[in-house]
Design a protein around this ligand. Structure first.
Ligand code: CUA
Length: 151
């Protein structure tokens, strides 16, 4: 009889966990952050602004970086801005979920296929900022990095 009670209790516990996990996945899936826009990951190369990735000066000390992430690289591979610049990153992934983390800053975001991810960072100190992918994206994940040069 006791065994039966334990069986029921543990089953209830497992179902409870499943419900909580399912709800979290549902809630996350239903509510992507509002700054993300949707695009077709298959057509990134043909979709503006990603048909022309690169660094663009958009104002006094203000730059825009249009970037694609793909296994296992960042495009453009080289980014250089003057010290004191505010940089607006506009990013998307061409394949799987990648991460965009800039060492020495608070910039750390997920970049998902099908979504446009925007982030802004001011670079005051000159130097080489290491950019890393911090989401496991496959066998070459640990080699996925680039640098932002601030002069
Ligand atoms: Cu891209 Cu890990």
């Amino acid at each position: 009889r006791f065994e039966k009670i334990w069986l029921i209790l543990s089953s209830a516990l497992i179902i409870g966990f499943m419900l909580v996990t399912g709800y979290q996945a549902f809630a996350l899936g239903m509510a992507p952050p509002s700054h993300q826009e949707i695009l077709d990951p298959q057509k990134v190369d043909e979709t503006a602004p990603f048909d022309n990735p690169g660094v663009k000066k958009i104002g006094e000390n203000e730059y825009e970086v249009v970037m694609t992430l793909q296994i296992f690289s960042f495009t453009p591979a080289e980014i250089e801005v003057p010290a004191g610049s505010t940089v607006h990153f506009i990013m998307t992934s061409k394949d799987v979920v990648h991460g965009f983390q800039v060492a020495g800053t608070n910039l750390n975001t997920m970049v998902m296929p099908g979504y446009i991810q925007k982030a802004t960072q001011k670079f005051d100190k000159p130097g080489e900022y290491l950019v890393l992918c911090n989401e496991y994206c496959g066998a070459g994940h640990q080699f996925m990095s680039t640098t932002i040069t601030v002069k």
